[in-house]
Design a protein around this ligand. Structure first.
Ligand SMILES: C[S@@+](CC[C@H](N)C(=O)[O-])C[C@H]1O[C@@H](n2cnc3c(N)ncnc32)[C@H](O)[C@@H]1O
Length: 209
């Protein structure tokens, strides 16, 4: 039997407090990174992996994007996302699943956004799946945490355990994996964060056929 994903028991209130201004203060920067990726891609079909409570989804324009799929292992987060983004109606599909095992048709998405998930999965498995799901000319944005910095401790025991389950993924490792699966790096930048922390954002793409 496989061990349950430790994220399934992290309460939304604890996670959002930890990521908000009283904690690491990363919610707003993550939403800004999503907005930038979204505006650059203008995707008709969007897949958000490790979507949590839907941070950033308020930037989605329903007249541009007809299908928005969010995947997360934590059912409570998905319930909150559904309530917060009720106005998106049936365009927004939320699935409680391990991203690596999520099933979608080949070429089903124009943009796959992966914010702070590679740290908790086998990156190779996820990149291989993203390569299947992206349509011609589609792109994937990966956001990973870089080493360094500090900040307030996690407010709950489950969140402390998450810290131990995390493995930082070097950007070069992601770059090589995406390249291997036919999605070379298009753009990259670093986002400075409070408490001396930082994110690396890589935009990968499949060429138009
Ligand atoms: C660090 S949080 C990032 C959340 C969100 N993207 C944000 O911007 O705040 C990681 C998210 O990935 C989810 N998660 C962890 N492992 C997962 C997996 N194997 N498949 C899908 N979601 C997963 C967690 O439940 C959590 O919502």
């Amino acid at each position: 039997m496989s061990t349950p994903n430790p994220w399934t028991v992290v309460q939304a209130a604890d996670y959002e407090q930890h990521m908000g201004p009283e904690g690491l203060d990363q919610r707003a920067p993550l939403a800004a990174v999503f907005q930038e990726a979204y505006l650059a891609a203008q995707p008709g079909r969007l897949l958000l992996l490790g979507c949590g409570t839907g941070n950033g989804l308020d930037h989605v324009d329903p007249s541009v994007t007809s299908r928005i799929v969010g995947v997360d292992v934590n059912l409570q987060y998905l319930g909150i996302a559904r309530q917060r983004f009720f106005h998106l109606g049936p365009r927004l599909e939320l699935y409680c699943a391990e991203a690596e095992k999520f099933r979608a048709a080949p070429g089903a998405f124009d943009l796959v956004h992966v914010p702070l998930l590679f740290e908790y999965v086998f990156p190779e498995v996820l990149v291989r799946r993203v390569a299947e799901w992206l349509g011609d000319g589609g792109g994937c944005t990966g956001v990973v945490e870089l080493p360094g910095g500090d900040g307030p401790p996690p407010p709950s025991k489950p969140l402390q355990l998450i810290g131990r389950a995390k493995r930082l993924v070097p950007p070069e490792e992601l770059e090589q994996l995406f390249e291997h699966y036919g999605m070379p790096l298009r753009r990259e930048h670093t986002v400075p964060l409070p408490h001396g922390r930082s994110f690396w954002v890589g935009s990968f793409g499949r060429p138009l056929k």
